[in-house]
Design a protein around this ligand. Structure first.
Ligand SMILES: [Zn+2]
Length: 79
């Protein structure tokens, strides 16, 4: 799995919607990619913050911001 693939699956991963094999591939990528792991850690913080305020899911705006940051990292790390 590449960073861009992970970005596409990030919201599904957070919501537990991935199939087992996809989730395993995503977690494997996260284990080997510091930048994606950092983005996901920040995403989790935001998700937990949202839960504290009674919202289970990120707003679409929040998701877009987080995904664009992840994709920016993908661009930065592209050869
Ligand atoms: Zn990555």
């Amino acid at each position: 799995m590449k960073c861009g693939d992970l970005a596409e699956k990030l919201t599904d991963l957070m919501e537990g919607d991935l199939e087992e094999a996809e989730e395993a591939a995503a977690l494997e990528h996260l284990a080997t990619c510091q930048a994606c792991e950092t983005v996901l850690a920040e995403t989790r913080d935001v998700t937990e913050l949202a839960r504290d305020h009674g919202r289970v899911l990120l707003s679409e705006g929040d998701q877009d911001r987080l995904l664009s940051r992840l994709l920016q990292h993908v661009d930065d790390s592209a050869e």
